[in-house]
Design a binder for this molecule. Structure first.
Ligand SMILES: Nc1ncnc2c1ncn2[C@@H]1O[C@H](COP(=O)(O)OP(=O)(O)OP(=O)(O)O)[C@@H](O)[C@H]1O
Length: 309
C-alpha cells in the first residue's frame, strides 16, 4: 500500500505540493490527474526517492520514503517523465545494466530482460543507441526498465506520452494485465482522460499541489453536469419548447443546427424515460437516443480551471 500524509514540497517560495494526503490500496490502478504544474511529477519523485519532502511523510509497502528509501525502491518500478538517461547506451546493454543494478545475474538476468523486451515490444531496437530512438521507443525503454524486477508498485509518469495509437492501446492493456488479480499498485499520471476511464479503478485530481477530488471514474463522472443527460440525434430540427418544460430537465443544448440535442438533467433526476416518451408523442424523427454517464473532461475543467501554476 502507498500512504501519503500531508506531503509538502517547496521550491523557494513556490509550494509545488501542498499538504497532500491520500492512500493507494493493493489492486488499484490510480489515475493521478491535474493541470500542467499541478505537482504530479514532484509527488512521484518524492515517492520514489528522487526528491526529499519538506514536510509530511509517505510510505510504500510499509517503508518510509525518507528513512527506508532503499527498501521502498526495491518494491517499486518508476518511469520518470521524459527519456531515460544513459542515451549513449544500447537498449539491450541498458536493460542488462538495470537488471544487474536490481541484483540479477546469469540466466535470471537474461530472462528478466527478455521478458521485459517482449512485454513492451522492443525486439526491433535492441542493438540501437537510446539517444537515436524515437520518442515512443524511448518511453518503451523506460517502461521496460520499470517492470524488469516485477515490482509490487509501479509509478508511471505519463506512460503513454509520445506513443502511437497502437502502442497506447498496447501499454494500457499491459498496465491492466499487470494490475489484474495481482494485488499490485499502479499509479499513472496522465493528461488523457479516456485513459482514466479505460484503465484506472480510481482517480485523484490535484491542483496547485492540493487534493481536489478522489473517487472512481464513475463517481467523478457523476459529478459532471452531463450526468444523466440525454442526447437525441434527429434527421431534422424540432421545437424544443416542450423539452425545456419537462420536469427534471435543467437545460437543452443544441448542436449541428438543431439536429443534435443534449438535454441536461437537474441533479439527481433521471429524465431518459420522459424524454423518450415526449419524442414518441411528438413523432420526432429520432435516429438515436442515448443517455450519458457524465464527462470526465467537464469535471476536470470545473475543478481545475484557474488552477494552472
Ligand atoms: N526543480 C524544480 N525547481 C523549481 N521549481 C520546480 C522544480 N520542479 C518542479 N517545479 C515547479 O513545481 C511545480 C509542479 O511541477 P510538476 O512538474 O510536479 O507538475 P506536473 O503536475 O507534473 O506538471 P505537468 O503536467 O506539466 O508535467 C511547477 O510550478 C514547477 O515549475
Amino acid at each position: 500500500m502507498i500512504s501519503i500524509n500531508s506531503l509538502t514540497k517547496r521550491f523557494g517560495e513556490h509550494v509545488a505540493v501542498d499538504n497532500l494526503s491520500f492512500d493507494v490500496k493493493p489492486g488499484e490502478v490510480l489515475g493521478f490527474l491535474g493541470p500542467n504544474g499541478a505537482g504530479k511529477s514532484t509527488t512521484m519523485k518524492m515517492l520514489t526517492g528522487f526528491l526529499t519532502p519538506d514536510g509530511g511523510s509517505a510510505s510504500v509497502c510499509g517503508f518510509d520514503v525518507q528513512t527506508q528509501i532503499l527498501q521502498a525502491q526495491q518494491q517499486m518500478g518508476y518511469l520518470p517523465e521524459g527519456a531515460p538517461c544513459y542515451g549513449d547506451m544500447r537498449v539491450k546493454g541498458f536493460l542488462e545494466f538495470i537488471a544487474a543494478v536490481r541484483g540479477f545475474s546469469g540466466a535470471e538476468k537474461h530472462q528478466r530482460v527478455a521478458r521485459a523486451v517482449e512485454q513492451v515490444e522492443l525486439q526491433s531496437v535492441l542493438g540501437q543507441r537510446i539517444e537515436t530512438l524515437s520518442k515512443g521507443f524511448k518511453r518503451r525503454v523506460g517502461l521496460a526498465q520499470a517492470i524488469l524486477h516485477d515490482p509490487q508498485v509501479l509509478i508511471l509518469d505519463e506512460p503513454t506520452d509520445g506513443l502511437d495509437p497502437n502502442q497506447k492501446h498496447h501499454v494500457r492493456h499491459l498496465i491492466q494485465q499487470l494490475a489484474e488479480g495481482s494485488n499490485k499498485i499502479v499509479v499513472i499520471s496522465t493528461h488523457i482522460l479516456e485513459e482514466v476511464s479505460a484503465v484506472c479503478s480510481r482517480a485523484v485530481i490535484i491542483g496547485r499541489g492540493r487534493l481536489l477530488a478522489d473517487g472512481t471514474p464513475d463517481e467523478l463522472e457523476a459529478r459532471s453536469r452531463y450526468h444523466q443527460a440525454v442526447t437525441l440525434s434527429l434527421s431534422q430540427p424540432v421545437d424544443t419548447q416542450a423539452l425545456v418544460q419537462l420536469p427534471g430537465v435543467l437545460a437543452v443544448e443544441s448542436q449541428r443546427e438543431g439536429q443534435q440535442l443534449t438535454v441536461l438533467a437537474k441533479p439527481g433526476e433521471v429524465i431518459f424515460p420522459a424524454v423518450g416518451q415526449l419524442a414518441r408523442e411528438q413523432h420526432w424523427p429520432v435516429a438515436e437516443l442515448s443517455v450519458e454517464r457524465g464527462r470526465l473532461d467537464d469535471v476536470f475543467r470545473g475543478l481545475t480551471s484557474g488552477e494552472a501554476a
